[in-house]
Design a protein around this ligand. Structure first.
Ligand SMILES: C[S@@+](CC[C@H](N)C(=O)[O-])C[C@H]1O[C@@H](n2cnc3c(N)ncnc32)[C@H](O)[C@@H]1O
Length: 186
């Protein structure tokens, strides 16, 4: 799946819908995901403290962000409509951008996470670039969640646990066909 435009258009449309439900804007409406619980697990996994500077890559409208308490939260997403909704609904600092090309300087954030987005990337090369960007802008740790091993959608990019040998791997939070990875940088 090399075409960037397919999923980008889907997420652009999402943000232009009428709902103000953050979970729905972020695409969780037809899933069993408990978004509050997922946020709790990410806070635990990354040991997010109330003083931490946090970046969420592919943050959407803020489905998870609404539950993350930290010193400073910054989000990035490639959907302009979702960025707009996120700012309107949560008043967070959110920038428009691609996961594989972050505008921040090295080690700008204490911890960086990306949940529920890697399967929308166009190919493995893009995913590798995104991982090195996450590592570059983080000081202490990064977390990537919801990586699918298999999927009912042919448009989803799939991942293999064997490609994350130096990482801590955990089971998907709501879907047994998915897994999460995290890496301590210090
Ligand atoms: C399922 S939503 C998850 C949103 C948020 N992380 C959450 O869990 O509530 C997926 C998000 O990934 C974003 N996204 C997908 N591919 C992206 C890319 N290449 N760069 C930046 N954002 C991307 C979409 O616009 C969408 O907001």
């Amino acid at each position: 799946m090399e075409d960037m435009s397919y999923w980008k258009e889907v997420w652009e449309r999402k943000g232009n819908g009428n709902t103000t439900c953050l979970e729905e804007l972020d695409g969780y409406e037809d899933t069993t995901a408990d978004v509050k619980e997922i946020a709790k697990q990410i806070v635990k996994e990354l040991d997010i403290k109330e003083t931490d500077r946090i970046l969420e890559v592919a943050c959407g409208a803020g489905g998870l962000a609404q539950y993350i308490k930290c010193g400073e939260y910054v989000g990035v997403d490639y959907s302009s409509s979702l960025v707009k909704r996120h700012i309107e609904l949560l008043n967070n600092s959110v920038l428009h951008g691609e996961a594989n090309n972050l505008i921040f300087k090295d080690k700008t954030f204490d911890k960086v996470f990306c949940f529920g987005a890697f399967h929308y990337f166009p190919n493995q090369e893009y995913a590798k670039q995104a991982i090195s960007e996450l590592k570059r802008v983080a000081k202490e740790a990064i977390f990537i969640g919801d990586l699918p091993m298999t999927s009912h959608r042919k448009e989803h990019l799939l991942y293999d646990k064997n490609d994350f040998k130096d990482w801590k791997i955990t089971d998907g939070y709501y879907n047994p066909c998915r897994f999460n990875v995290s890496l301590k940088l210090v």
